[in-house]
Design a protein around this ligand. Structure first.
Ligand SMILES: N[C@@H](CCC(=O)N[C@@H](CS)C(=O)NCC(=O)O)C(=O)O
Length: 219
């Protein structure tokens, strides 16, 4: 059986959402981010990204990691492409062209969206910091996201989904990345097609099941 290492309050959420859509059973090992623990190196600390046992599996010390039929791999977007390709359509590609387009959108999510969307999540949505310097960082991140969001919004307005006119792994990877920016109203309100697509994606049973599991975990 597929094993997913990582709590649901992490990028493991993308993997779990895809597994729910496919109907793929998995066992979850709740490795938690070291930075969320007061003393991750304490002998009685919960299994975390600095635990020696986890570092043996993933020297980069990051979740999620999967084990599947002897394959051990990290990098959430790549994991989802592996699983989508292995299990095929509708969530995976029907041919090499769709495969390429799904990767195109996931690389776009990882490079053009994720870094600035994470800034909005950590400095705005969660409100950890209200300093003037942080407000500048938030404004700059939101400004940089306008261009990719316009590209995505235009594409969705014409096609409804990212690839193949249906909901696929590309939508999951992009939606779980854009979610980080979702709490920043001034940006989101500029992009109606993107907003509707995100609402539809998050209304799916596969997302809702993942989300309930995530909410059940301690913050
Ligand atoms: N590019 C990697 C990033 C993985 C990553 O940074 N994961 C975070 C949690 S979402 C982590 O494990 N952080 C470990 C730590 O800071 O202790 C991916 O997409 O999987």
């Amino acid at each position: 059986m597929l094993v997913i290492h990582g709590v649901t309050r992490s990028r493991a959420s993308r993997i779990i959402w895809l597994c729910n859509e496919i109907g793929l059973p998995f066992r979850q090992v709740p490795v938690i981010q070291a930075y969320r623990l007061a003393d991750p190196d304490a002998p009685d600390a919960a299994l975390n990204t600095r635990s020696p046992a986890f570092l043996k599996l993933s020297p980069s010390g990051a979740i999620p990691v999967i084990e599947d039929d002897g394959l051990v791999m990290s990098e959430s977007y790549a994991i989802n492409h592996y699983l989508a390709r292995k299990h095929g359509a509708p969530f995976g590609p029907v041919d090499a062209a769709e495969d390429a387009l799904m990767m195109q959108w996931s690389f776009y999510a990882a490079t053009a969206v994720e870094p600035d969307a994470l800034t909005l999540l950590f400095l705005h949505a969660r409100g950890q910091s209200q300093s003037g310097e942080d407000q500048v960082l938030v404004a700059n991140a939101a400004e940089r996201l306008v261009r990719p969001f316009k590209v995505i919004d235009d594409h969705l307005a014409r096609h409804g989904h990212l690839v193949g006119g249906r909901f696929t792994v590309a939508d999951i990877n992009m939606a779980e990345t854009i979610r980080y920016a979702q709490g920043y109203g001034p940006l989101m309100e500029e992009f109606p097609a993107l907003r509707q697509w995100l609402a539809d994606a998050q209304g799916r049973a596969g997302f809702q099941k993942m989300w309930q599991a995530r909410l059940a975990e301690p913050e």
